[in-house]
Design a protein around this ligand. Structure first.
Ligand SMILES: Cc1cc2nc3c(=O)[nH]c(=O)nc-3n(C[C@H](O)[C@H](O)[C@H](O)COP(=O)(O)OP(=O)(O)OC[C@H]3O[C@@H](n4cnc5c(N)ncnc54)[C@H](O)[C@@H]3O)c2cc1C
Length: 423
């Protein structure tokens, strides 16, 4: 898709807000040295921050990703238009129906439009996806008429500010570049259909965070950081492709002739749309598989036991303790989550008090891995986790599981900390 000719409403300079652009330079010549210096320009003046690693999290346009020549791969599906405005009386028009966090309008004119309340003072966000053919991005009167058509009547609108944005399916070829890590929109761009952009960024930060901490604490191995791309890129790709599907089955894809008619054929058309929405769009709102079910099973720092995995489904989540999956959740009592017992480091979940774990604990201590042993004598947990021992990483994904310590505990701890080598 090509970007619309005009991007901003002629009546405004864009959505208000002060974007920070403090960091003005990166001393790239120092990049190959153990310390990288980052120049910042806070209000007080120029400052140099010596850093061993740097996280590039400067958003979709990522200046620093470009400086490192890390390119995005993929495509722009569509361009969409968003309008932000104040309409104090609009909420009252929802008196006959329910005001939801998002209202999707569907009618035969099919603008693919969505209305999202923003503040109690009557601010709203109005999205039209994709950008209608032949309509200029700054043509507020046309968009306002679409909104009136969808709402069913006219109302006063103040201070409209518009901008377009792309529904993107893009990933950086690599999320790592030496000691630089791309995180969030700097690494991947997705269609907002499903609400996964920030989610993925937080997932990236969790994955990168424990690995950088491990290296700085001295127990992370030399290969640990490169697993960041190996683990996160495939997960983000899966989620982004699902969001692209959600976006494609919107707007015109949902329209059927006569769907607004008060007749038998109108009723039939609405029934068809209903079935289509349930089949194709449920995963947009019910995305438990994409949220909890993604797994790092092909990562070189998890050790599988050959068990078949539950299918990865965008909408449905099947808890599993197979290595690479998120450790299944369990409430131990009211308000007492199993996760709260794992702690911030590696955790060895011991579900049988009789199993010996001294060799594994000693191997972890030898290489400095902080390891908590959490003894849980619970039939429910044993049945959920299917093994007596489960080694859980700081990000709550399973690194290994078994019914007894492995023969070579030192090999296991080296693999999970990214330090496996040939002997
Ligand atoms: C319409 C729409 C709806 C969305 N809805 C959802 C949703 O429901 N759920 C969800 O999870 N995600 C959603 N997203 C996506 C989400 O907003 C983004 O994925 C998320 O904001 C990305 O976070 P980020 O920190 O990577 O980048 P950004 O939020 O872009 O933050 C980057 C920051 O870096 C700063 N910066 C840039 N350059 C410099 C510099 N040189 N020096 C200092 N600072 C700098 C910028 O000022 C900015 O503050 C939506 C996106 C859109 C467009």
């Amino acid at each position: 898709a090509s970007p619309p000719a005009s991007s901003w409403s002629s009546k405004s300079a864009g959505i208000n807000g002060s974007l920070r652009r403090d960091i003005v330079g990166l001393l790239l010549p120092h990049y190959t040295r153990p310390h990288t210096e980052i120049l910042t320009v806070p209000q007080s003046g120029t400052k140099t921050v010596p850093s061993q690693y740097f996280i590039i999290a400067d958003g979709a346009q990522s200046e620093f990703r470009r400086k490192l020549n890390l390119r995005m791969e993929g495509e722009t599906l569509f361009y969409n238009q968003a309008w932000y405005f104040r309409a104090p009386d609009l909420a009252k028009l929802f008196a006959r129906t329910q005001l939801s966090s998002m209202t999707f309008f569907l009618n035969e004119d099919c603008y693919g439009d969505i209305l999202i309340p923003q503040t109690a003072e009557g601010h709203w966000l109005y999205h039209v996806t994709p950008m209608p053919e032949g309509v200029e991005a700054d043509d507020w009167p046309t968009f306002r008429n679409m909104l009136y058509r969808s709402i069913g009547e006219e109302f006063e609108v103040f201070e409209p500010q518009g901008r377009y944005f792309g529904s993107q399916v893009r990933l950086a070829a690599s999320f790592n570049f030496g000691r630089a890590l791309l995180i969030g929109d700097a690494a991947h761009l997705t269609s907002p259909f499903g609400g996964f952009g920030m989610n993925m960024g937080i997932g990236d930060a969790v994955d990168a965070g424990w690995k950088i901490a491990a290296i700085l604490q001295g127990w992370g191995g030399p290969r640990l950081l490169e697993t960041y791309t190996l683990e996160r890129r495939d997960v983000c790709k899966y989620i982004i492709e699902g969001a692209a599907h959600n976006n494609k089955v919107s707007g015109k894809a949902l329209v059927r002739p006569y769907m607004e008619e008060d007749s038998e054929r109108g009723e039939k058309a609405r029934e068809e749309v209903r079935e289509f929405i349930i089949r194709e769009k449920t995963q947009q709102s019910r995305s438990f598989g994409a949220q909890f079910g993604y797994r790092y099973t092909s990562s070189p720092i998890v050790v599988g036991d050959g068990t078949e995995l539950p299918p990865l489904q965008y909408g449905e989540y099947t808890p599993s303790s197979v290595a690479g999956c998120r450790a299944p959740h369990l409430w131990l009592s009211e308000g007492n989550s199993i996760y709260d017992h794992f702690g911030p480091d590696f955790c060895l979940l011991k579900l049988d008090p009789a199993v010996d774990t001294t060799a594994l604990e000693a191997a972890a201590a030898e290489v400095g891995i902080p390891l908590k042993v959490f003894l849980l004598d619970s039939d429910e947990a044993r049945s959920l986790y299917e093994r007596k021992l489960v080694l859980i990483r700081p990000d709550q994904h399973v690194a290994w599981r078994g019914n007894a310590e492995p023969d070579d505990c030192r090999w296991l701890v080296d693999v999970v900390r990214g330090a496996a080598s040939f002997h």
